[in-house]
Ligand binder design. Structure first.
Ligand SMILES: Cc1ncc(COP(=O)(O)O)c(C=O)c1O
Length: 384
C-alpha cells in the first residue's frame, strides 16, 4: 500500500511501538503512588515531558499532557476565557481545524463574541482584520500555525506582536507543524500551543498543551492533582511514553526526514502539474508545509478519485479527516475562494517519513490515468 494521508494520521514508528510494548510489560504503577513502582512511572512520564519540552524550547512545567490535539485546543481557548470572566471576545480564523472552529461556535451560543479572520486566495490570514478586531474585552487570539488541508503557514510572530502590543494572549494550533517545521515557542512568541502525538508517528489519544510560565489558565478537567491540577485524571502513561519516544526520534532524525519528504513532495507536485492538464494547486506557493499537496481537478468528484486510487492501494484524502464523513464542502477551500464544485473536486496528498521515491513514481503513473478515465466518463473538456 502507498499511504499518503499523513496529515490525518501517521503510522506508529516501530521504535515507538517497541518502547510502548516495553513499558506495557514492565510498568503498571500509578504515577501518583509514592512507593517505588509508582515513582518509576512518574519518572518515565516526566522524562517524556522533558523531551517534549526540549523539542519545543520550553521547560517541563510548561507542558500539560492532554487526551488529543483537539483537547489541547479546547483547553487553551476555554481555559483562558474562564480565567478572565470580564473578557468575552475571542479572535480566530475562518480556516481553523474543527477543534478550534467548533469551540468558537459553542462559545458563540454562550454569548462570547467570536471573530473569524478571513484569508486570502493562498490561505494567509488577514492581519489587519485581527488588529481591528482586538478590543479591551479580547481574551485570546487563536490562529493555527499551518493549515491541515492546504499547508499554508501563518505569520504567527507578527500575530503575536500585534496581539501582545494590545495586551492579548495568543494560542496557536501547531498540530500540523510540530515535527515538520523548525520552531520553538520562544521564536514564535506564543503563550499557548497545541500538539498531538499521532501526527508525528506516535500513538493516538495523546497530545500536549504548552502554557507559558506565568500565564494563568483554569483547569480543564477537575479532580486529582495530575498535570499540576489543570488536567485531572490518572495519566495515559502508555500514550505519554509513546509520545516522548516519537518526539525523541523527531529530534534525532528530524532534519533528514524533513529534507527527504520535501524533495519527494516537490517531485510529486511537479509531476502532477506536468502530467495532468488543468490540475489546480491550492495553497501558498512558498509559505507552506512541504509535505502537503492539495489539488483540484475541476469537473470531477474528489470521492471518485479517492476511491479509484484506493483500488490501487493508494490512500489520499478529500480534506481533513474530521470532515470526511460529512457532506460539507471543505470550509478551508471555500475560504480561499474556490467555488463549491471546484472544492468538491479537491484531494489532499500528505507525505510522511515512510514514503519513498518508488511511491511517488507509482502515483505519477496511476493518478494521471485515473484522472484521464474519470474525465472521459464525465465529459470533461480541458479546453473549457
Ligand atoms: C490542525 C489540527 N488541529 C487539531 C487536530 C486534532 O488533533 P487530534 O486528532 O489529536 O485530536 C488535527 C487533526 O487532524 C489537526 O490537523
Amino acid at each position: 500500500m502507498i499511504y499518503l494521508d499523513n496529515n490525518a494520521t501517521t503510522p506508529l514508528d516501530p521504535a515507538v511501538a517497541d518502547k510502548m510494548c516495553w513499558f506495557l510489560r514492565e510498568h503498571f504503577g500509578n504515577p501518583s503512588s509514592l512507593y517505588p513502582i509508582g515513582r518509576a512511572v512518574k519518572n518515565i512520564v516526566n522524562e517524556a515531558r522533558d523531551t517534549v519540552a526540549r523539542a519545543l524550547g520550553a521547560s517541563r512545567t510548561e507542558i500539560i499532557f492532554t487526551g488529543s490535539g483537539t483537547e489541547a485546543d479546547n483547553f487553551a481557548i476555554r481555559g483562558v476565557l474562564d480565567t478572565y470572566p470580564e473578557k468575552n471576545e475571542v479572535i480566530t480564523s475562518a480556516i481553523e481545524h474543527p477543534a478550534v472552529l467548533r469551540v468558537g461556535n459553542y462559545l458563540e451560543k454562550k454569548g462570547i463574541k467570536v471573530s473569524y479572520a478571513p484569508v486570502d486566495e493562498f490561505g494567509l490570514v488577514d492581519l489587519s482584520f485581527i488588529r481591528d478586531a482586538i478590543t479591551p474585552r479580547t481574551a485570546l487570539v487563536s490562529i493555527m500555525h499551518a493549515n491541515n488541508e492546504i499547508g499554508t503557514i501563518q505569520p504567527i510572530e507578527e500575530i503575536v506582536k500585534l496581539s501582545h502590543d494590545k495586551g492579548v494572549l495568543v494560542h496557536t494550533d501547531a498540530v500540523q507543524t510540530f515535527g515538520k517545521l523548525d520552531f520553538t515557542v520562544e521564536k514564535l512568541g506564543v503563550d499557548l500551543l497545541s500538539i498531538s502525538a499521532h501526527k508525528i508517528y506516535g500513538p493516538k489519544g495523546v497530545g500536549a498543551l504548552f502554557v507559558r510560565k506565568g500565564i494563568d489558565i483554569c483547569p480543564f478537567i477537575h479532580g486529582g492533582h495530575q498535570e499540576r491540577g489543570l488536567r485531572a485524571g490518572t495519566e495515559n502513561t502508555i500514550g505519554i511514553v509513546g509520545f516522548g519516544e516519537a518526539v525523541r526520534l523527531l529530534m534525532e532524525r528530524g532534519k533528514r526526514d524533513k529534507e527527504r519528504i520535501a524533495r519527494l513532495a516537490d517531485s510529486l507536485k511537479k509531476g502532477i502539474e506536468e502530467k495532468i492538464p488543468k490540475a489546480m494547486f491550492n495553497g501558498h506557493p512558498e509559505k507552506r508545509v512541504k509535505n502537503t499537496l492539495n489539488f483540484s481537478f475541476p469537473g470531477l468528484e474528489a470521492e471518485a478519485i479517492l476511491l479509484a486510487l484506493a483500488t490501487k492501494e493508494i490512500y489520499v484524502s478529500t480534506g481533513s479527516a474530521c470532515s470526511e464523513e460529512s457532506e460539507d464542502v471543505s470550509h478551508v477551500l471555500l475560504a480561499i475562494g474556490l467555488r463549491p464544485e471546484v472544492a468538491r473536486s479537491s484531494i489532499r496528498i500528505s507525505l510522511g517519513r515512510f514514503n519513498t521515491e518508488e511511491n511517488v513514481h507509482v502515483v505519477l503513473k496511476e493518478l494521471p490515468e485515473i484522472i484521464e478515465k474519470l474525465r472521459q466518463i464525465s465529459a470533461f473538456d480541458p479546453e473549457e
